[in-house]
Write a protein that binds this ligand. Structure first.
Ligand code: SAM
Length: 441
């Protein structure tokens, strides 16, 4: 008897770790329905675009992909196309106006329904849409998620955001904060550890604002840290106003919590921070950094900044640069301000010219690269614990240190998932090179 070929899917993900994790859930759901992963859109029967609305550029890239798929579908009428995530939630059914090639549209809370909507679209030849915000965002069985990284499993701690940052579209795309019960989080961590993942990254838009069933974020970290077999615990993204001394002590006292914190500052100017409605001043942010460094010597820190926010003067931009100088972040993500629909900053004139925004971005990135180069040079000659997560090919592998620094080394593919001690032999601004010195168990 001839075997029926399995249908294949491909997911293109735009945006943050939360979107990557959502795509992992969709992949798992499709695999559970008998689909298999394809290497690219050209090989797939179903292509799902998981969209990001945080900046205009990400939205534009999604539009380009959608147009490409529309052209591909003319030659392959059997191709099915899905659109989901933040742009779909933001724009509603209008997301597909002028795009008759789309078969399925889902919001940020309806991923679980993708296989069913796909069947529905196939059956009646019409686009199937579910953008209901009331649906349970966590309603995807733990065991289903097809984690993309062989080492680091993302686990959702909370969804949505209650903050009112003037520039940010996330509260509109992902809704208000919903905290997941601690028992559910711990159960999922136990499950991924049992599946062989040594590292967990807890996810939430403001993950350190977590509170549920009388637990705050420090309590949650303590509970997850106690899961037997877990090697490393990370989390993202934290908000400066929710960093507490108890959270800082978790870095110091809990064995698996890695000494790395991503703490977006956005600007070094008090006028800009106030207009952004970030809820802290420059001095308060710096006090938080001082408190963290006092309690957790050697803590690695990274941040996000936005340049060219409405009204940002040269002097205010210089305040951001001086803050970067003062803190010395281990990593930085710098963005050019992008006006977003429905945000309160939309009422302000986007008056910093594009060329000036580009220039400021260049200055910030250049400053940061130089700092990272100098910082990484100080690590040469030392030893780092590296958890190998990537096969680079040709007998090379790479992984991350507890401080989240990337290290490349010579080593066999069998090192994947192993923790090894590496002597650092060379450095660059974005990564380290090293020599294997010992395996850990
Ligand atoms: N709260 C989430 C988090 O940090 O995980 C989502 C924030 S967003 C994915 C990451 C960064 O994008 C923000 O910290 C901010 O620097 C930047 N960003 C957000 N809205 C922006 C906008 N309208 N223009 C430029 N950059 C923006």
């Amino acid at each position: 008897m001839e075997m029926k070929a399995r249908k294949r899917f491909f997911i293109q993900t735009f945006g943050c770790q939360m979107n990557v994790n959502d795509s992992e859930k969709v992949a798992g759901l499709l695999e559970a329905r008998g689909f298999e992963a394809a290497d690219g859109a050209h090989e797939a029967d179903f292509v799902f675009l998981n969209t990001c609305a945080v900046r205009e550029k990400a939205s534009e890239k999604f539009r380009q992909s959608l147009a490409r798929l529309g052209r591909a579908k003319r030659g392959r009428p059997g191709l099915r196309i899905g659109v989901g995530g933040c742009v779909a939630q933001l724009e509603g059914p209008a997301v597909i106006s002028g795009a008759p090639q789309v078969d399925v549209v889902v919001g940020t809370h309806n991923l679980r329904r993708i296989p069913e909507l796909l069947e529905q679209a196939e059956a009646n030849g019409r686009v199937a849409i579910d953008l209901d915000r009331g649906a349970d965002a966590f309603d995807v069985p733990n065991a289903v998620t097809a984690h993309a990284n062989p080492v680091r499993a993302y686990v959702t701690a909370m969804e949505g955001c209650n903050l009112v940052c003037s520039f940010c579209v996330v509260p509109r795309t992902r809704g208000p904060e919903v905290n997941r019960p601690p028992d559910d989080i711990v159960a999922e961590v136990e499950a991924v550890v049992a599946r062989g993942f040594p590292e967990v990254m807890l996810l939430g838009q403001t993950v350190n604002a977590y509170h549920s069933h009388g637990h705050d974020f420090a309590d949650l970290l303590a509970r997850v840290d106690a899961v037997s077999g877990l090697r490393r615990l990370r989390f993202t993204t934290s908000h400066p106003s929710h960093v507490t001394p108890r959270m800082a002590d978790a870095f110091r006292d809990l064995r698996r919590v890695c000494p790395y914190l991503h703490l977006p500052v956005q600007s070094g100017s008090d006028r800009v921070l106030q207009s952004m409605r970030r809820g802290y001043t420059r001095a308060q942010y710096l006090d938080t950094i001082a408190m963290l460094r006092d309690r957790v010597p050697g803590l690695a820190l990274s941040s996000d900044v936005i340049v060219g926010y409405p009204g940002e003067t040269n002097a205010e931009f210089d305040e951001t640069l001086s803050l970067l100088e003062q803190v010395g972040f281990d990593g930085l993500f710098a963005f050019s301000y992008s006006p977003r629909p429905g945000t309160s900053a939309l009422r302000l004139e986007d008056d910093v010219p594009e060329t000036e925004k580009k220039h400021r971005l260049h200055v910030v990135n250049d400053h940061q690269q130089q700092w990272q180069r100098r910082r990484n040079e100080t690590l040469v000659g030392g030893h780092e614990e590296v958890l190998v997560e990537t096969l680079d090919g040709d007998g090379r592998v790479s992984g991350r240190t507890p401080h989240f620094r990337i290290v490349h080394l010579d080593g066999p593919d069998s090192l994947l998932g192993q923790a090894v001690s590496v002597e650092i032999t060379r450095s660059g601004p974005n990564s380290l090179q090293g020599r294997l010195s010992q395996l850990f168990h």
